[in-house]
Design a protein around this ligand. Structure first.
Ligand code: FES
Length: 350
């Protein structure tokens, strides 16, 4: 049975098959979110009154004590009766891009690096999102959804760009590196996630450093281009860390940005090769070598948990304020079949 749910005076109907998060996002009411799968804890809310059913909320993410204390995972729970929830922080009830279901058409499939493809999806109507957010694709012929970051700026809202790395045995990889073809139709849900540039009026043109591991470059391309368009004189350095030269892609695109924007530079870092024109080692270490102080900078990290954790340490070592560190990890879903999962860590100040 549908039930009403409210936050900060904004009240929406939550259908029986919807989570609290989905009901709010579909109505354009923001709620912190990242993995949408009950694994990251970003979407925890306090139930102020009413009653919720926790459904598939894992105990590792929402403990018995937290449940007893009235917390719920908005991406899993649904209201059983009229319910009011509260969010941590001051942005309760603010407006966001509406979560939508759209049908897209594959308009281009391009090999861009070893085991890496660019997939362009054409939409009949534009999708509003903030650069850095992700969408979920429903893998054709299955009931499985997989998240992919958008490499687009907000103006590029009718052709979505995904950068996809092959995952051996992955259900989405089997399609995206197999039978996918131009003209295929695919169901897209989005936008999701909180990894994105701040609102324009909160962006003061501070220097930025971005570190992407592998296809973690994708959201950084949308974020970097947006931030440079807003403040063309901004200082920005982007590190793309990969294993070997054959894993690199979009260096022409980055070189073009460096030509257009005087303050932009990029560094390619190879962890398993030593070749002229590239740094060797780990991208966060290259940043520490290059930048003496990042006080007042913002830092953006997207990639494996190891890369993101190393990046946070590197940024703090160079005196970046924790509140200016934005991060998105993609994690294996389990030890057997690595599936991408997005986790935007709260800026915890640690
Ligand atoms: S646990 Fe709900 S968004 Fe991650």
């Amino acid at each position: 049975m549908a039930a009403a749910i409210s936050v900060a005076g904004r009240r929406v109907e939550c259908a029986e098959d919807q989570s609290i998060l989905e009901a709010f996002l579909r109505a354009g009411v923001w709620m912190p979110n990242s993995c949408n799968q009950g694994t990251c804890g970003t979407c925890k809310v306090q139930v102020l009154c009413g009653e919720v059913e926790h459904r598939d909320s894992p105990l590792e993410t929402l403990t018995e004590e937290e449940r007893a204390g009235g917390l719920a995972l908005a991406c899993q729970a649904r209201p059983l009766a009229e319910t009011e929830v509260a969010l941590p922080g001051s942005e309760m009830g603010r407006t966001t891009h509406m979560l939508r279901d759209l049908t897209a058409t594959v308009v281009e499939v391009e090999e861009i690096a070893r085991d890496t493809r660019r997939i362009l999806l054409g939409l009949e109507e534009p999708l509003a999102f903030s650069p850095g957010q992700y969408v979920e694709l429903l893998v054709p012929g299955t009931s499985e959804r997989r998240p992919y970051s958008l490499a687009n700026t907000a103006a590029e809202d009718k052709v979505l760009e995904l950068q996809v790395r092959r995952v051996p045995g992955g259900v989405a990889s089997d399609w995206l590196f197999g039978p996918v073809a131009v003209g295929d139709r695919v169901e897209v849900r989005g936008p999701l996630g909180d990894f994105h540039v701040p609102e324009e009026d909160k962006d003061e043109g501070e220097p930025m450093v971005l570190i992407g591991g592998g296809t973690g470059l994708a959201p950084l391309l949308g974020i970097a281009r947006t931030a440079l368009e807003r403040h063309p004189d901004r200082v920005m350095v982007l590190y793309h860390g990969v294993r070997t030269e054959s894993d690199l892609y979009d260096t022409d695109r980055l070189a073009e940005l460096a030509t257009t924007y005087q303050g932009f530079s990029f560094v390619t870092v190879l962890s398993r090769e030593s070749l002229p024109g590239h740094r060797s080692g780990y991208a966060p270490d290259a940043f520490v070598e290059d930048v003496a102080s990042a006080r007042g900078w913002s830092g953006w990290l997207c990639g494996s948990p190891a890369l993101v954790d190393a990046g946070v340490k590197a940024f703090k070592r160079r005196r970046m304020a924790p509140r200016l560190i934005y991060r998105e990890k993609f994690e294996p879903a389990d030890g057997r079949v690595p599936l991408p999962r997005y986790i935007t860590n709260p800026q915890d100040g640690s």
